[in-house]
Design a binder for this molecule. Structure first.
Ligand code: ZN
Length: 145
């Protein structure tokens, strides 16, 4: 990951802040119901408890998911799920930093745009395609053995 200035980081946290703040209560909910949270490489990672069960049981329109990013917060079923999806979710964090608190709307519009072309709103969403490709590149760089 590229090193960036403290000021740029502050601006990006503020730019994405409204979305991240909305998800902060999930950290306490997870902690109080048997899960946990920590800060990993500048992102608040939350896992398990009611929050993890909620992801595992399925989100509206998506079904069960391992993890998802909302601003500088990534929520996962378990620490292992967060680990295995980190590159994918960090790509979404970078997308949030690009678009700020507009990103949920931009993401939705991109999904509607591809659906208009007869493609799948989630799988063919350009922001999902970018995240999957980043994860593929990361996997291909892991040395064998
Ligand atoms: Zn994704």
């Amino acid at each position: 990951m590229k090193k960036r200035s403290v000021w740029l980081s502050v601006v990006l946290y503020l730019w994405v802040g409204p979305v991240s703040l909305l998800c902060l209560p999930l950290a306490l909910l997870a902690k109080w119901t048997g899960g946990g949270y920590c800060v990993h490489s500048g992102v608040l990672e939350i896992w398990g408890g009611r929050v993890g069960a909620w992801l595992d049981n399925g989100l509206p329109f998506l079904g069960a998911v391992n993890a998802f990013a909302m601003g500088h917060v990534v929520v996962g079923v378990s620490p292992e799920h967060l680990d295995s999806s980190r590159v994918h979710e960090r790509t979404h964090v970078a997308q949030f930093e690009r678009w700020g608190f507009f990103f949920p709307l931009v993401y939705l519009l991109a999904g509607l745009w591809v659906r208009q072309q007869g493609k799948h709103m989630y799988w063919d969403n350009p922001y999902e395609v970018e995240a999957r490709e980043a994860a593929q590149v990361a996997i291909s760089r892991i040395p064998p053995g």
